[in-house]
Design a protein around this ligand. Structure first.
Ligand SMILES: *Cc1c(COP(=O)(O)O)cnc(C)c1O
Length: 374
């Protein structure tokens, strides 16, 4: 096979649709600084995510840095998951805070609230869980913890665009939820992101922080430049029109994988969580010892067919050299074990069903080959 099958493929509108969307920028010559496209996309996303406030930013990482800066946490500890993209942990460290790693739930791969509670000390300032793979964290338990211990609750919602929790948008939970609209994410603005704050004052502070800390043109605090530009917002306006259709296409492929890989001994799939309408953002698979073939062999066999799955998420962020050499690391045995076993398979709206058949066959054959050999 000639075409490379990557773990994802960016969603794009037709060239005509994008050109139409950006044409008026040549008249206005207003390219950034909360222009009409950013204003329009902000309004549409508030509607889509069913939230009262939303601020568009340059990327999901900046959204996290801004979220942490919006509260005066003064060098405390932030309890978080190590089973995530390095951005989550980097944001904590770069804010001058100390990441404290708690283990994940073995079913949902999200941060385990009971493990978090055990690590809360007087130094703890915030909890930063991740809605990993578009799965929902235990938002009720985290809300209880935040109230009980008076902690800030910030969700990294980079994967959670469109996931519903008992009919509600996940953006309605916690003090802040951040989103990533990077080209590889379910919904993209090329590069981009958003911050949802469920408090007007915090929203205003974030808006100020993303614009150099300016208030009515006066620098009142030390901010950064995190403003989304008009071309990115225009891409977002186009992509949002087709987003629901794209999620439907993903769900069909997700289901197709599921039917082929469920009930295979030693294979653990992403859970279908009770009350959660998933956005089908990713298709992670865990290969346990009972499967009979390790992840690395499966990757080799897939790559020989020009198929490139990804080890989302390996290594744990707490085990990356940049973090483990600089911070005290807690043991997170489940997350550690899963990071050695997880493989995220290609999943995107136009992925051919024959490719999914091929991927599943290679996986199933790999398990049987090694079982026969031993
Ligand atoms: C992609 C991602 C980010 C960073 O988003 P960017 O838009 O790429 O800066 C943060 N956290 C998680 C979990 C992500 O997957």
């Amino acid at each position: 096979m000639s075409k490379k099958i990557l773990v994802t493929e960016s969603t794009m509108p037709s060239l005509t649709e994008y050109i139409e969307e950006i044409t008026d920028l040549w008249q206005s010559k207003w390219l950034t600084n909360e222009g009409v496209k950013v204003q329009k996309l902000t309004k549409q996303l508030k509607n889509y995510l069913e939230v009262d406030s939303l601020s568009l930013v340059t990327n999901g990482h900046t959204a996290l840095e801004l979220a942490l800066a919006a509260f005066d946490l003064h060098g405390g500890e932030v309890i978080t998951t190590p089973f995530t993209f390095i951005s989550t942990t980097n944001a904590i460290c770069r804010a001058g805070l100390t990441p404290v790693f708690a283990d994940i739930d073995p079913e949902t791969f999200t941060l385990d609230p009971a493990k978090v509670e055990a690590l809360i000390t007087p130094r703890t300032k915030a909890i930063l869980p991740v809605h990993i793979y578009g799965n929902a964290c235990d938002v009720e338990a985290f809300a209880d913890l935040a109230t009980k211990y008076n902690l800030k609750l910030i969700y990294d919602g980079a994967h959670s665009f469109g996931t519903k929790y008992f009919g509600k948008s996940l953006g309605q939970f916690g003090d802040i939820t951040t989103y990533s609209f990077h080209a590889t994410k379910l919904f993209n603005t090329i590069e981009g992101g958003a911050i949802v704050a469920n408090d007007e004052q915090i929203h205003n502070r974030l808006t100020q922080l993303k614009n150099f800390g300016l208030k009515n043109g006066e620098p009142v605090e030390i901010g950064l430049n995190g403003k989304m530009n008009e071309f990115s917002a225009a891409m977002g306006l186009c992509n949002l029109r087709q987003n629901d259709a794209m999620i439907e296409q993903r769900k069909m492929r997700y289901q197709y994988y599921y039917e082929r890989l469920q009930n295979i001994p030693g294979i653990q799939l992403n859970p279908q969580q009770n009350g959660i309408e998933s956005n089908a953002a990713y298709f992670p698979v865990l290969f346990h010892d009972t499967f009979g073939c390790c992840r690395e062999t499966i990757i080799d066999r897939l790559m020989k067919q020009n198929i490139f799955p990804r080890k989302y998420f390996y290594p744990l962020t707490s085990e990356s050299p940049s973090i483990q050499n600089n911070y005290p690391i807690q043991a997170t045995p489940i997350a550690h074990d899963y990071a050695q076993r997880v493989l995220t398979l290609p999943l995107y709206p136009n992925l051919e069903f024959e490719i999914i058949d091929q991927i599943c066959q290679i996986i199933i054959d790999s398990g049987q080959l090694e079982a026969n050999a031993s």
